[in-house]
Design a binder for this molecule. Structure first.
Ligand code: COA
Ligand code: MG
Length: 290
């Protein structure tokens, strides 16, 4: 999953536009982009959209961002959208691995009520939205079989900290937020799930978006969330492996296969050992080659 586009679910117009955006995943939002008085409308429109989009032959993955577990709204969100049901639920304001288990229990009930296979609904979680959550990053590994990815965000965290800004004069994130970003990467990697980079809120600044995508890909993120359809092409482009890197990965796997008892090989003057082989295999797996 390279690109994940947020769509406020109270907007029929944006929902319709989302399907044509080219995003790998749509996240129908019931949380922060929806005013309290529009929550019920958003739930109903998310359900109607899912029911129709799920029938499409070629469709993106479909997630719903519910309201957080402390909002008192999560169960009402799930009661409606799980009738469709989406491929997964994005949990905001996740505190620790137990948050996933809490959501998993709610999902298990809705799956049973709606005749959906137990455990079929995946979870992604936003894991940097409260200061306390920063100290629990090690708790996601092994917490839930449903977990598919972890992601982060700097806006709620800045508000919780009382930070004047989360970006420095050069436009990049300041240190507290870079720490949150790095911890998300470690947490996702240790849990064996996809690390997904935060949204870039200034959707007209495509140069900064590209830079953030390149830095995220460099560090090991698998994709990036988006808030505007105009961001999708750049995200997809940067997070798609280049033809050269695919060819090199295939050559590395073939070189190791040719020397099945070697731990280390000489590949065109470069020393390659186990981590290089794992990296090559991982790249091929990301494009569906095993
Ligand atoms: N999904 C689908 N379509 C979207 C979209 C989105 N996230 N954001 C914008 N569009 C559509 C607009 O409706 C508009 O359609 P039109 O050409 O038919 O009028 C077109 O794309 C161009 O949009 P634009 O005029 O550039 O922006 P806008 O002022 O309509 O919207 C935002 C700006 C920020 C309000 C909008 O991008 C948005 O709602 N983003 C998602 C916010 C969100 O979900 N936040 C929570 C997660 S952080
Ligand atoms: Mg938020």
């Amino acid at each position: 999953m390279r690109s994940l586009l947020f769509i406020p679910a109270d907007s029929e117009k944006k929902l319709a536009k989302g399907l044509a955006s080219g995003a790998d995943c749509l996240i129908l939002d019931l949380e922060d982009s929806i005013a309290p008085e529009a929550k019920q409308l958003a739930r109903e429109q998310a359900y109607a959209f899912l029911a129709s989009a799920l029938r499409e032959h070629q469709r993106p993955r479909l997630y719903v961002r519910v309201n957080g577990l402390n909002s008192g709204l999560t169960e009402d969100d799930l009661s409606i959208v799980m009738q469709a049901p989406p491929d997964g639920i994005l949990l905001p304001k996740s505190v620790n691995g137990a948050s996933l288990q809490h959501l998993g229990a709610l999902l298990a009930v809705k799956e049973a009520e709606n005749d959906i296979a137990d455990g079929a609904t995946k979870i992604m979680a936003i894991v940097t939205e409260t200061p306390a959550a920063i100290f629990n990053m090690g708790s996601y590994a092994g917490a839930s079989q449903r977990l598919e990815g972890l992601t982060w965000g700097a806006e709620d965290l800045a508000a919780a900290l009382g930070a004047e800004t989360n970006r420095g004069t050069d436009g990049g994130y300041t240190l507290p937020f870079l720490l949150a970003r790095s911890l998300t990467l470690f947490a996702a990697s240790s849990a064996g799930v996809l690390p997904i980079d935060a949204v870039h809120g200034n959707f007209r600044d495509l140069a900064r978006l590209r830079l953030e995508c390149e830095e995220a890909k460099r560090d090991g993120f698998a994709g990036k969330m988006a808030i505007h359809p105009g961001q999708i092409d750049i995200i997809n482009e940067v997070f798609s492996p280049s033809a050269e890197s695919v060819a090199k990965a295939r050559a590395i796997v073939a070189a190791f296969a040719a020397e099945p008892h070697a731990g280390v090989i000489n590949y065109e003057g470069e020393m390659l050992d186990v981590p290089h082989l794992s990296k090559a295999r991982r790249l091929l797996a990301s494009i569906g080659e095993t």
